[in-house]
Design a protein. Structure first.
Lengths: 408, 145
């Protein structure tokens, strides 16, 4: 059985005090902390190997290139992608989706075509598609979640048609933690001739991802949500599809032959990686994925137990209003205290050393679905303990009477 | 030291005396109740301060002696607490003094630290809005004299 205490020492930041209280970091859906091996790898790259990649013939450049390409293979293995060139390094989920939306639009979209997204998406998996549809005179169709926050695939089935070119959906909602039925979504979309992009920003840390088994066409995630550095991310795309997509960012590193008036482009994956990449970050991301793999599925189960415990306990607190009640919830739990702003709740918790997020979580349509403008979101990771969940609940019980006192 | 600055100095002292960060915010929540609820008809859209992450309504007015007053409300108790401190500073003070005051208590205490940058900007906007209104009131007084 996974014991968080056995790995907490890998995360020095968890030993901090905040506002004179031990830090209880429960904002992992926004950014996870990096363990020592990842930090060490990141620093080591700068200390011992700093050089640009794919350019110099000198030793350091060769070593940097080798280390970065090894990281690509680590990501390939982590996702069980068929080929390393199916892994494109980006600066994060947002960049990955924008790349696909722009390139896919140019290659495949025509006036009258349709793209389907859900109303639970992070703005990063909504706004790029709005823009692409606008540019190509395509229609953006919104697949609305059910009242409880689950997605009903029958609803999708009724929306799909020969006009549908893409279904873009998150694996796990960043607001309510709904675990979406990706297998069914991919099968239905493919049967209609549409491509599928999975926004795995949240899902990536909560279970095994196997892109060959899932058979999605694109999958994106950010390094900083899976113990890697900020400014790193991955776009997985099926090789046969990526080969048909044009590059959308141009410059060094992605060209083959250049004249004054034209250029030919590199093959995969480099045609999508213009400019100097975040070399140290990418290499550290490779280490982060291996770290998570070493922990195994027990770490994910521990996280799920924490969320289950929190949900169960919070249902017993009359002032707590949980947002959504999807059939399967992982990673995050959002709530409000009856009649009080999310900001007040989160600010008071912060003063007790408890880091949670408040606001619209970059998913305004999702919150509006529940009639809300904002919510407090608590998102534990595998390094959080049962005791920390209890401290969080105690903090909540301390905040509630304070806020309620203003109404008497 | 002007009357406004003197009140500000007392506010900072009181806060620093409280010490514990949680208790400081508990105090802000407590004083947020000191506002009597704003009349719903005064909470129309134009009175909403644009650019503030929290919804803030402000209604300013002056008296014949050129003294400045304002009523306020917010959907966030902590912001309402800050508005309450601003009211302590500005309520019934000469409009010129309000307009010229250096508002520093948010930085001198830990209050500003909890606000994300958008909300910090929003609070800055609230203060500028109040001081602009005070300036207008002071100008009106000069014009009328």
């Amino acid at each position: 059985m996974f014991q968080p205490e056995s790995i907490r020492g890998d995360f020095p930041i968890l030993g901090l005090s905040v506002n004179s209280h031990p830090l209880i970091y429960l904002d992992n859906a926004a950014t996870t902390q990096m363990p020592e091996p990842v930090l060490a790898t990141y620093c080591e790259q700068h200390r011992l190997y700093e050089a640009n990649v794919h350019r110099g013939i000198h030793r350091l450049s060769q070593l940097s290139t080798k280390r970065m390409e090894e990281a690509r293979v680590k990501v390939q293995r982590f996702l069980n992608a068929r080929y390393p060139e199916e892994i494109i390094f980006t600066s994060g989920t947002t960049a990955g989706i924008n790349l696909v939306a722009e390139s896919f639009g140019r290659a495949f979209l025509h006036p009258g075509d349709e793209i389907i997204v859900t109303n639970m998406e992070h703005h990063s998996n909504l706004v790029p598609w709005q823009e692409t549809c606008r540019r190509h005179e395509a229609a953006l169709k919104i697949w609305t979640m059910e009242a409880n926050g689950s997605l009903d695939v029958n609803r999708l089935a009724s929306m799909l048609s020969s006009k549908t070119k893409m279904v873009a959906v998150c694996g796990v909602s960043n607001v309510i933690g709904a675990l979406n039925p990706l297998d069914d979504i991919v099968k239905l979309a493919h049967a209609a001739g549409a491509f599928v992009l999975v926004d795995a920003a949240q899902a990536i840390r909560h279970g095994r991802t196997n892109v060959q088994e899932l058979f999605c066409d694109f999958l994106v995630f950010s390094g900083h949500k899976i113990m890697g550095p900020t400014g790193t991310g991955v776009l997985y795309g099926r090789r046969d599809i990526l080969e048909k997509l044009p590059p959308v960012v141009f410059g060094g590193g992605m060209v083959d032959r250049v004249t004054e008036t034209s250029a030919s482009f590199e093959s995969l994956p480099f045609k999508f990686e213009a400019g100097t990449p975040n070399i140290a970050g990418i290499i550290a991301l490779g280490e982060a994925l291996e770290y998570v793999q070493r922990l195994g599925i027990g770490a994910c189960e521990h996280e799920r137990n924490l969320i289950r415990y929190l949900e169960q306990e919070m249902r017993e607190i009359p002032e707590v209003e949980l947002v959504g009640s999807p059939r399967f919830r992982v990673g995050v739990l959002s709530f409000n205290l009856q009649g009080f702003s999310a900001f007040d709740t989160a600010a008071l918790l912060d003063k007790l050393g408890i880091a949670v997020r408040s606001g619209h979580h970059c998913a305004q349509p999702a919150l509006r679905h529940f009639g809300l403008e904002g919510a407090v979101r608590v998102s534990p990771a595998f390094y959080n303990t049962q005791e920390e969940m209890e401290a969080f609940l105690d903090g909540l019980r301390r905040v509630i009477p304070l806020l309620k006192g203003t109404k008497t | 030291m002007t009357a406004v600055e003197e009140i500000q100095r007392r506010i900072v002292e009181e806060f620093l005396e409280i010490g514990d960060d949680f208790d400081q915010y508990a105090y802000l929540i407590e004083i947020s109740c000191s506002f009597k609820p704003m009349n719903p008809e005064d909470k129309w859209e134009n009175r909403l301060v644009q650019g503030c992450q929290s919804r803030v309504w402000l209604k300013t007015y002056g008296d014949a002696e050129g003294r400045f007053f304002f009523e306020a409300d917010s959907d966030t108790l902590i912001v309402k607490g800050v508005l309450s401190l601003l009211r302590q500073m500005f309520w019934g003070q000469r409009a010129e003094e309000v307009a010229e005051a250096q508002v520093t208590f948010l930085q001198e205490t830990a209050i500003m630290e909890t606000f994300e940058s958008d909300r910090q900007k929003g609070l800055g906007y609230v203060i500028r809005f109040l001081q602009q209104k005070a300036r207008l009131l002071a100008g009106d007084k000069v014009d009328n004299s």
